[in-house]
Ligand binder design. Sequence first.
Ligand SMILES: Cc1cc2nc3c(=O)[nH]c(=O)nc-3n(C[C@H](O)[C@H](O)[C@H](O)COP(=O)(O)O)c2cc1C
Length: 195
Amino acid sequence: MSEPNFVKTCLSLKINNSIFFTLFITNKIAYGSMRTICIYHSETGHTHAVMEELAKSVGAELIRVKDRSGYGKATMYLIGAPKAHMGALADIDPDTIDVAGYDLIIIGTPVWAFRPTPAANSIMKAIQNSTGKKVIIVCTSGGSPGETLPIMSERAAALGMDVISRHHISFTMRGVRDEEEITALKRAVWDLARS
Ligand SMILES: Cc1cc2nc3c(=O)[nH]c(=O)nc-3n(C[C@H](O)[C@H](O)[C@H](O)COP(=O)(O)O)c2cc1C
């Protein structure tokens, strides 16, 4: 590389790094005062991966709720999906989640039979002290979320929560997710922190 080109490259790297660093620090400062918790069910790991990444980027806490039914590959469809379709509840661990200490709650569910999972239905019952809290609803699916987001949003609103936004992240059969949808979700959370 010629000397002027080398200098140009170094300068551009320095500028890019400074911009990145400034944005990173600004986001961290903006986010510092926003106590956030992600509460979600994830049976096969997609929703968990999304929530974990989101939590890392904003410094949120995570609660992954377990369905005590202990589904296998077949029983998820044979028992879990019909239960989800009926809006049934599940026996979950933990069964009480106090959100009094948080400003923003992010609730996540997989889509089963076009609806939230039974464990996600139970999350909405398990949450305590949620009145007036900001909430972002997230679902992951194979591409057909059906009624999941409206159902979760209505339940959150019925608990007196302030529904800020709702997001659907689709995964292919091979587990490849839609990056644009993930970016939109992260942006919504950052925008909230800065507002
Ligand atoms: C029992 C069952 C029912 C499902 N029903 C739907 C559905 O109605 N629509 C859809 O798009 N994907 C459906 N899926 C795919 C899941 O929603 C998708 O893989 C999701 O990301 C799984 O989240 P998880 O890995 O966090 O459990 C279903 C998966 C299972 C296991």
